[in-house]
Design a protein around this ligand. Structure first.
Ligand SMILES: CC(C)(COP(=O)(O)OP(=O)(O)OC[C@H]1O[C@@H](n2cnc3c(N)ncnc32)[C@H](O)[C@@H]1OP(=O)(O)O)[C@@H](O)C(=O)NCCC(=O)NCCS
Length: 262
């Protein structure tokens, strides 16, 4: 980090408040990104109703989870996705159809709406990004993930050389947060392009210190690609950090809370 950066005020992550939609579902205009948050804890009755909206493949997938809590959270996260997309499409949740990319990225099948989406869940929180006509990727992580005691080793192994050097140059008490900023930004990008962690994470750079706005700064396979993306760094709720990568110019962001029907 340069001395000049030290003089700049730190750029805080956007701390968001999520509003509950009124009786009218929010319309998704062009250039707008709707970010939805869902709590994955629901009542047993709600869980049953949500399960009923899943298709057979999703029910089989749910049944393969050995840990009940993980199964239940998957069901709610998937059913919330169906409910949200169904409302944009004007269809019941059970009539939303998905197709999957080569590396498993879900998208809407046979659909002329141009709606693109992505989601991420960790523990009890799920975050969904929805936009028209632009690829989008989302990642959310808990700030207290214990694995980051080995952050420098992980960074050396997975991050690019310049990201790893930047992380190492930071005072130790700022490294955990910087690691997670870097990780969520990188993961959001590879989810946006659909490759997930099959994409070598060292092949592109993102910003990670609190003095640099979220950005994709280099894509080594095609230097012009980095300029075609926007990155957002967010605090969806205390204790969590999230990033969104979206193709094109920075979108107009609005934030919404999903609730299951009672
Ligand atoms: C995508 C990936 C990075 C998700 O990592 P994660 O931190 O465990 O999970 P997150 O909560 O952030 O995201 C999970 C969601 O991302 C979406 N997703 C799955 N694969 C995706 C991909 N390739 N690109 C973008 N999004 C993807 C799904 O909606 C998934 O939700 P679900 O599990 O409820 O269906 C990881 O699974 C990956 O690298 N997958 C690609 C490689 C792979 O293993 N492929 C095997 C299946 S073909």
């Amino acid at each position: 980090m340069s001395a000049i950066q030290n003089l700049k005020p730190p750029i805080g992550l956007m701390a968001l408040s999520f509003q509950t939609p009124s009786s009218r579902f929010p319309a998704l205009g062009s250039g707008e990104l709707h970010l939805w948050k869902a709590s994955l804890s629901v009542t047993p009755h709600q869980q049953e109703r949500l399960f009923a909206t899943l298709n057979n493949e999703e029910r089989d997938r749910a049944d393969r989870f050995v840990i009940h809590l993980v199964r239940d959270r998957f069901i709610v996260a998937r059913a919330a996705l169906r409910d949200i997309l169904g409302k944009y499409l004007g269809r019941p949740a059970s009539e939303v159809h998905f197709a999957y990319g080569e590396h498993g990225k879900p998208e809407l099948a046979d659909d002329g709406s141009g709606i693109c989406f992505n989601l991420s869940h960790t523990r009890n929180v799920a975050i969904y990004g929805v936009i028209r006509h632009f690829r989008v990727g989302v990642d959310v992580e808990c700030l207290d993930r214990p694995t980051y005691t080995d952050r420098l080793k992980l960074a050396e192994r997975f991050f690019s050389a310049s990201e790893s050097r930047t992380l190492e140059s930071l005072p130790e008490d700022r490294q955990d947060a910087a690691f997670l900023r870097c990780w969520t930004r990188k993961e959001a990008f590879v989810k946006a392009i659909g490759e997930g962690l099959t994409c070598p994470l060292s092949e592109y750079d993102v910003t990670l210190t609190e003095y640099d706005p979220p950005a994709l700064t280099a894509t080594r396979w095609d230097p012009s690609e980095a300029g075609r993306w926007s990155l957002l760094g967010l605090k969806p709720e205390p204790g969590y950090i999230a990033a969104i990568a979206v193709e094109g110019p920075p979108p107009h962001l609005s934030t919404w809370q999903w609730h299951p029907e009672t």
